[in-house]
Design a protein around this ligand. Structure first.
Ligand code: XMP
Length: 509
């Protein structure tokens, strides 16, 4: 793997964004916590120090050891990173007395400064700090200011070391991408060679070498990550990749059959296992959401293990883990409290004794899609909305029966097909229907009815961590609601969920 840029994380909420911006320049980068430096630093051509929730004056603040970095490779400190260096090398950092949060405009840029090439004075930058660099040490040169922040950017003389108090990674810093490009390409001379096709070539040859003639087992879910992981492995080892696609009976309508066909068309060595009854038995009478997830997770492991043991001499288990999960697990802050512990249930059961291979562990979701497109995977498959592992079980509030699953599948299919027909599907991050555990009164002919209520949910989001409801056209909602009530027996009322996350969540359970 080409190592090019090291991002040292001090716990800022924006660290991942820095990495994404760097990758958008077709430059490979890795995030490492400041207190766990990679062993071999000589492979990196540039280092970026992230921001931090800490003030560098706080005795508890991160104290990175920069002795093998500063002055040896081009170094850019962002926000805390800039303040830390100013503070440590003889400048003064104090709590700021003017507004240093939000948009600001550069009011001074030092002539001829390479970091600001092609960036004009007045360029908008995004500030987010309560400390400010009041004075810089003698061997530092001020290279940019805003009206309120005198030392908005500095350079250390005789080195390629820079500090900036604003956040170039944030969208509101209009020339942020240009600044990162100036630093990485012009100053650090990092090659812009991180492209999907380079990734595919490199990964396929690494997988060939790692796996050799061994057999690999992979659980396909129908989702983007496992599909792209399988395609990469298939390219590397062909039929030695044994894919297992389990129908837990909680997938969307006709999903199992159609996705299985698609996998076969792609040439994957895949076995479809219909374990609906096993899952339904395990779920019988369970209403508690966490218990449902446990029952499904355990049944999945059992079914998967049964199937995997039929593949003789398998030595590897492949997983579709992606970079945000990896960053989360090694983060300075530890696993984030905002992520539900039950996500990505399943994983590798201890007793299987297989070695793990994770070809996507360094990719962001959008990169996974680009890599998938590069390998010719159908855009409809790649553009699919995320779908939770426990499937419709967490969209049926209360206990699960086959009849409830059938009703929800019908409703969901009308909604999702409608989104496609109205060209709304790709504007939405995720959508689905929820079956509520109440009967509502209605009239049909002269009769009163007591039937089910369904809620429709469509959200926009970039990563599922925060989300907002989508303002779908009224006439679309009207049409879909009519179709659902007319066609799905057992449903007499449709509502639309207009809550954002937080404080609500995307799923109802
Ligand atoms: P929430 O409901 O936490 O959902 O806002 C955020 C994202 O995670 C998905 N989700 C799950 N995925 N197992 C999964 O694999 C789960 O138990 C689970 N619960 C929620 C949800 O669909 C959304 O994309």
């Amino acid at each position: 793997m080409q190592k090019n840029v090291l991002i040292l994380d001090f716990g800022s909420q924006y660290t991942q964004l820095i990495a994404r911006r760097v990758r958008e320049l077709n430059i490979y980068c890795e995030i490492h916590p400041f207190n766990k430096l990679p062993e071999d630093l000589s492979v990196f051509k540039a280092v970026i120090l992230s921001g931090s929730p800490f003030s560098c004056r706080n005795p508890e603040a991160p104290q990175p050891d920069l002795s093998n970095i500063k002055g040896k490779v081009p170094l850019l400190g962002v926000c805390f990173g800039a303040q830390f260096m100013a503070h440590n090398y003889g400048g003064e950092v104090a709590s700021s007395d003017t507004r240093e949060f939000g948009r600001a405009n550069l009011s001074f840029i030092k002539d001829g400064e390479m970091l600001f090439e092609n960036i004009l004075e007045q360029s908008q930058v995004w500030m987010s700090h309560s400390d400010s660099i009041k004075s810089i040490p003698e061997h530092f040169t001020r290279i940019a200011s805003t009206t309120d922040v005198l030392n908005a950017a500095y350079k250390i003389e005789g080195e390629d070391t820079y500090g900036i108090q604003f956040h170039p990674e944030v969208y509101h810093s209009t020339d942020g991408a240009q600044l990162l490009e100036n630093f990485l390409v012009k100053i650090a001379k990092v090659p812009q060679s991180w492209t999907p096709s380079a990734f595919v070539d490199m990964t396929v040859s690494e997988l060939k070498e790692k796996i050799g003639a061994d057999k690999v087992i992979l659980g396909l879910s129908g989702g983007v990550d496992s599909t792209v992981a399988a395609t990469l492995l298939h390219k590397a080892i062909g039929k030695n990749l044994h894919c297992i696609f389990v129908n837990n009976g909680l997938l969307r309508k006709n999903e199992f059959e159609s996705v299985l066909d698609q996998y076969k068309d792609m040439g994957l060595n895949v076995k479809g296992v219909d374990a609906t009854d096993r899952f339904m038995d395990a779920l019988k009478g369970i209403s508690d959401p966490e218990q449902k997830r446990k029952a499904i997770g355990n049944s999945f492991i059992e079914v998967f293990d049964d199937e995997a043991s039929l593949v003789e001499d398998a030595t590897f288990l492949a997983q579709g883990t992606i970079y945000p999960d990896v960053i989360e697990s090694i983060s300075v802050n530890g696993p984030s409290a905002t992520i539900k512990s039950h996500h990505n249930v399943g994983g590798l059961p201890e007793f299987m004794k297989l070695k793990v291979v994770e070809p996507l562990r360094m990719l962001f979701k959008d990169e996974v899609r680009r890599v998938g497109a590069e390998m010719g995977i159908d855009s409809k498959l790649l553009g699919r909305h995320p779908f939770p592992g426990p499937g419709l079980a967490i969209r049926i509030l209360g206990d699960i029966t086959k009849e409830k699953v059938r009703i929800l599948q019908e409703v969901d299919a009308i909604f999702i097909d409608g989104l496609r027909e109205w060209h709304l599907y790709d504007k939405v991050w995720q959508a689905g229907a929820i079956l509520l555990p109440v009967d509502s009164v209605g009239v049909m002919g002269d009769e009163r009815t007591y039937e089910k209520v369904v809620a429709l949910r469509a959200v926009e989001s970039t990563d599922g961590m925060t989300a907002d409801w989508v303002d779908l056209p009224y006439n679309f909602l009207q049409k879909v609601s009519n179709q659902i009530i007319n066609r799905v027996k057992g449903v007499n009322r449709v509502v639309y969920d207009i809550s954002s996350k937080p404080p609500a969540t995307i799923e109802w359970e």
